[in-house]
Design a protein around this ligand. Structure first.
Ligand code: HEM
Length: 498
């Protein structure tokens, strides 16, 4: 009896092992090079062991296959294709977009399983994605963002007052999260999130729950990597029900307040209200739009702000030059309007260089939805099967010495006008911090407006320096999905007396 039992267990283990390694010849058969995968882990063990950030793990593979345009890798047992060559990246994201319009997350949720995330453009696929993106794009026009500028200014003022009241080094990620939470909440929900006043304000806590990867999230990601077919039958819920109820109520209240008090302001909320009338959207659908803006808007921008302030603090010459530009614009133009800030060329260079040195994530992803042929260098053809997940390792591309001289150096001058500006790198397809092609970041204009306003506010009012509590060189925290430094970014702020 025991023998039969042990034999059954052994057979099951062997069957499972064979299942795990069954496809490990996939890339070899197609003539695509790649690192040897390990049973159970594939080539990206840190996705689950969390010993190293996934960006560093991918970077190791990227460098190991330095001269290869494509590298075949495995996530546990599933073949994935790392596309490294800039021309091929352009083919996937732009030229052949019709075969690569979805991303890796889009298969995990739907509207039924997760009413809020299931309606976020980032998660949608095909026609529904297109429709939703078209619906919301006008809300991010320069005119609508300009209307929000006074709200952003007000929060920038709160930020300055808050910093002045502190007498020790501050964790800039935390500081920037307070700022972006208040800006985004004021711009979408017309509500003061009170991040600078209260220790744990409700909106910030709910926002935290929206973006954090919980243990359950990791289990789901692990299971779908192990058994990819599960995605066909089962969709998941990432936003907890209580968070869904919280944000739906905020959205409904904001709209009611506007209607009851006849508030007219041509902004994002106004755009949603017009859509509600035209398309008979439900409260839940409106809340989903609001939550998309909130979730996509506060965390990403706060990471970028904290990295950019770190770069400015660590490079006193850059700080001086930037402060001079800001003073100059204020003196000549009389104030910090949306247009005046947009005209600051050096600020743009500094921010772009910071986005290059510190990508917010390891890669973009695209799912191949129909068999497609890509054309590489010397007209070499590569056939990509439907279902293949494409990994575009932008973290590594931006730090590749082939495209950037002395890539580890923070040097805003590489983006100056004499060198062709940022366009020179965009034309070579080696700079795309907001993604590329029709699926490029929808909130880029808003992100730039809130980030630049924050940087200008801080550099105008404070001399900043890196505090010894910061662990240098910065090293990505393996426990976070986005690239956030271990231990935080601690800066000292010295008020500039006028
Ligand atoms: C500096 C801050 C930000 C960065 C670096 C950033 C970066 C990105 C990237 C890399 C993508 C994927 C693009 C692709 O696959 O080609 C993306 C998508 C997206 N972002 Fe952002 N983002 C930022 C801020 C924002 C903000 C503030 C919002 C909204 C208010 C936003 C809304 C979105 C949306 C809706 C998508 C999905 C677009 C689609 O799939 O059609 N992002 N972002």
């Amino acid at each position: 009896m025991i023998c039969i039992f042990l034999l059954t267990i052994l057979s099951a283990l062997i069957a499972f092992y064979v299942y795990l390694i069954w496809d490990f010849n996939y890339w070899k058969k197609r003539g695509i090079p790649g690192p040897t995968p390990r049973a159970f882990f594939g080539n990206l063990p840190s996705m689950f062991t969390q010993k190293k950030h996934i960006a560093l793990e991918m970077d190791k593979i990227y460098k190991e296959f330095a001269d290869q345009p494509l590298v075949g890798i495995f996530s546990i047992r599933t073949p994935q294709l790392m596309v490294k060559d800039p021309e091929l990246i352009q083919e996937v994201t732009v030229k052949n977009f019709k075969s690569f319009h979805d991303n890796e997350f889009s298969q995990l949720v739907d509207k039924k399983s997760d009413p809020l995330f299931g309606r976020n453009p980032f998660m949608l696929t095909g026609e529904e994605w297109k429709e939703r993106r078209n619906e919301i794009t006008p809300a991010f026009s320069p005119a609508r963002i300009k209307v929000l500028q006074p709200l952003i200014d007000e929060v920038a003022g709160r930020l300055t007052n808050y910093i002045k009241d502190q007498h020790e080094a501050l964790d800039t990620k935390e500081l920037a999260s307070k700022y972006t939470t208040d800006v985004v909440s004021s711009c979408i929900f017309a509500t003061d999130a009170q991040s600078f006043k209260t220790e744990k304000p409700m909106i910030r806590e709910a926002g935290r729950k929206l973006v954090e990867f919980t243990f359950t999230t990791y289990i789901i990601l692990f299971l779908v990597s192990l058994f990819p077919f599960v995605k066909k039958f089962k969709k998941f819920q990432f936003v907890a029900r209580e968070v869904e109820i919280f944000f739906t109520k905020i959205m409904v209240d904001a709209i009611k307040y506007r209607k009851d008090n006849n508030v007219v302001r041509a902004d994002y909320l106004d755009h949603l209200m017009q859509m509600q009338e035209k398309k008979q959207l439900t409260d839940l659908e409106l809340a989903a739009h609001g939550v998309s803006f909130f979730a996509d808007g506060f965390e990403t921008s706060s990471i970028v702000i904290s990295h950019c302030l770190y770069d400015i603090a660590a490079n006193p010459n850059v700080q001086q030059k930037l402060r001079a530009e800001i003073q100059n614009v204020i003196t000549k133009k009389g104030g910090l309007t949306y247009d005046n800030i947009a005209e600051m060329e050096y600020l743009d260079q500094v921010l772009n260089e910071s986005l290059r040195c510190h990508s917010i994530a390891s890669h973009l992803s695209r799912l191949c939805t129909e068999k497609t042929e890509l054309t590489g260098l010397k007209d070499k053809k590569y056939t990509i099967e439907a279902g293949t997940l494409i990994i575009i390792p932008f973290y590594s591309v931006f730090l590749d010495a082939k495209y950037y001289e002395n890539p580890e150096k923070f040097d805003p001058e590489r983006f100056n006008a004499e060198n062709g500006g940022v366009k020179a790198y965009q034309d070579k397809n080696v700079f795309f911090p907001f993604g590329n092609g029709p699926r490029k970041c929808l909130g880029m204009r808003f992100a730039l407006a809130q980030i630049k306003r924050c940087i200008v506010e801080v550099v105008k009012n404070f001399e900043i320096s890196v505090d010894k509590k910061t662990k240098e060189p910065l090293h990505p925290d393996p426990k976070q999905f986005m690239i956030v430094p271990i231990g935080g970014v601690w800066l000292n702020f010295k008020s500039i007396e006028k």
